[in-house]
Design a protein around this ligand. Sequence first.
Ligand code: PLP
Length: 429
Amino acid sequence: MANTDGLALPAVGSLTLQQADRDLWGVIDAERQRQQHSIELIASENFVSRAVLETLGSVLTNKYAEGYPGRRYYGGCLHADTAENMAIERATRLFGCEYANVQPHSGSQANQAVFLAFLAPGDKVLGLDLKAGGHLTHGARANISGRWFQAISYGVDPVSHRVDMDEVERIARRERPRLIIAGGSAYSRTLDFARFRAIADDVGALFMADMAHVAGLVAGGVFPSPVPFAHVTTTTTHKTLRGPRGGMILGNDGEIMKKINSAVFPGLQSGPLMHIIAAKAVALGEALHPTFHAYAQTVVENAQALCGRLAEGGLSIVSGGTDCHLGVIDLRPWGLAGNVAEHALEQVGLTLNKNTVPNDETGPTVTSGIRVGSAACTSRGMGPDEFREIGDMILALLGGVRAGAIDSRTESSIREGVAELTRRFPLPY
Ligand SMILES: *Cc1c(COP(=O)(O)O)cnc(C)c1O
């Protein structure tokens, strides 16, 4: 075959990325090395297995499979159906529920599907305030959930920093929202899901639990499951669950899940990402393995070890500790801003994010806190001793920032500590 210039038309490329596009290959290799050589403490991140990574780069990316298994709008979906059914079966077995929709491209789209299925624009939704640890998609002003819906929020108690269920009940009774949301991105304590459901029933609202952060801990049996209590549970698959980037919706009510399915497709999305769905199946299979319980348990122990050390060093932990993989650290005792701390820590290979704290006088680009998470480094095999060591590094560095300058001996000893830990606990890629 020849094109109009008389040149042979090549078949689709058979070169490796390194051969075909050296520049982009170099970018990915640099990122691989960054991950290998730094201490990842971002609470929403994790490291997938090689098996999950391999699935993400598989030929399933070529396949269009609009619709659901057995009811597709394209031919050739036999293997796509099998992969999606495997993901659904594993999700329902792992979380002990009747139904799962594994197609949402992200946690945000899973939440949007719930809004689309049950609300009309202008309807009232009640969620945890973003400033108290809630998520953008739970009614923040800048998000579609706050722009197209009437969003109201509950906060945390100013002293205990915990959700006050009596306050949730008072607001729900006064405002009568159509949807009540539990869950957040920077909230480190268990939630009373049974009480949330009772309040929702009392005011005639739908109860959605968003377990995006803690799904892996729920799967591992170390954090209370919202699934038996919520009308619908949404999640991401890439945080503590340690799968590919994506979302998922779980439920036990057939009528509700029928509406959810129509909201995901054709309501919100068209073609599902079959390579991602297959990778979800692989990750869910890993989470069903008995060793995942030990992983989840260690994740919580590690977060507690890290927060404990930071508290011993003089920093203040929001709510006084953690029940999960994350901790929010209040830097006000040391007079430091979150953005300054984030930047200084990144320079020595400790990656985390700035975070607002309860009663924060600063905005989200400055903040008075940082958020730490243990899921990623636990996946590398680190335990409480290593997390206490990481705590010491954070304290030493922030102590220097607080004093106005980090002496070079402290800085190089932290860098050596990071290098030693990452060498001792390598990533498999
Ligand atoms: C991370 C998160 C999401 C959004 O997930 P994306 O995949 O980034 O869209 C939704 N809800 C909560 C509580 C989260 O923490």
